[in-house]
Write a protein that binds this ligand. Structure first.
Ligand SMILES: [Zn+2]
Length: 276
């Protein structure tokens, strides 16, 4: 079970493991917490700009998410259906139905129900900073950890991460490509938002990464899943790398194991080590 914040996060963060384990016969469940309504609209129109209609964006992104699930052969898609909260400090954070404004207990109980239904052996989500500080990612982390605690069902729990050495390589490639890469903390008003936490750096020192999964064999599938989300500028950016470069850069997925009842030795190269 992978718990993600928005339509498209399943592809960028865990597209490789979802495709790989589905191919190995594992039942894969994707839980997407929000409708992605703060994403780009047709023609790249941004939230708050004239012509940006969150309901239309959500509908488009739902269709894209379903296409991505078909590519990754995800067995079950579960939508919690909260409204996208936008970046830290945006007024959408406080809108009715926004994920960020939903009490953790309430959303965690809905997720716990899904855990009771599917009984996942392995659960994957983000670290406490939501990998890069997006409120919906932080909230996805919080409800997942609360649901794990409530149910005690998953034998293993992982947070997505990136080894720092890889982040440096990533930055180099972006600069080579002349990318105008906006770090999330540059989002409008984020700097002076009272509720914005200090931004810890993305990823972990290499030696703290417990689990590296080689997904190069499924790199093309991951690229195609991202292509299903072509309305979003972040996807377009990755697609512009071309499939070979993309696989070089994104062909290994990194995790930190935070719960384990199997006793599998670390470091690992399989999320299901100790379970089969
Ligand atoms: Zn996201």
């Amino acid at each position: 079970m992978a718990v993600h914040a928005h339509p498209d996060d399943e592809a960028t963060g865990t597209g490789g493991v979802l495709a790989r384990y589905a191919a190995e016969g594992v039942r894969t469940v994707l839980v997407t917490c929000t409708d992605g309504g703060c994403g780009d609209g047709p023609g790249g129109v941004k939230p708050g700009e004239p012509g940006h209609d969150p309901a239309a964006v959500a509908a488009q992104r739902r269709a894209e998410l379903e296409a991505s699930c078909r590519v990754l052969k995800i067995s079950d898609l579960e939508l919690l259906g909260y409204a996208d909260s936008g970046m830290m400090g945006w007024p959408q954070n406080d809108a009715p139905g926004a994920f960020w404004g939903t009490p953790v207990d309430q959303a965690a109980e809905r997720l716990a129900e899904l855990m009771r239904e599917y009984r996942p052996d392995v659960v994957v989500t983000y670290d406490e900073n939501g990998f890069y500080g997006h409120p919906d990612h932080i909230q996805a982390h919080r409800i997942t950890m609360a649901a794990v605690e409530r149910t005690g069902i998953p034998a293993k729990v992982y947070w997505t991460t990136a080894p720092r050495s890889k982040m440096e390589e990533f930055g180099r490639v972006l600069r080579e490509l002349g990318a105008d890469w906006d770090p999330p903390e540059d989002a409008p008003d984020a700097q002076d938002a009272a509720d914005a936490p200090a931004q810890p750096p993305i990823g972990l020192p290499d030696e703290e990464v417990t689990t590296l999964i080689d997904v190069t064999e499924y790199g093309e599938r991951k690229y195609e899943a991202l292509a299903a989300h072509a309305s979003q500028s972040e996807s377009i950016f990755f697609l512009d790398l071309g499939v070979e470069r993309f696989i070089q850069l994104m062909g290994t997925e990194a995790f930190v194991r935070v719960r384990d009842t199997t006793g599998a030795a670390l470091p690992e190269s399989d999320l299901f080590a100790g379970l089969r």
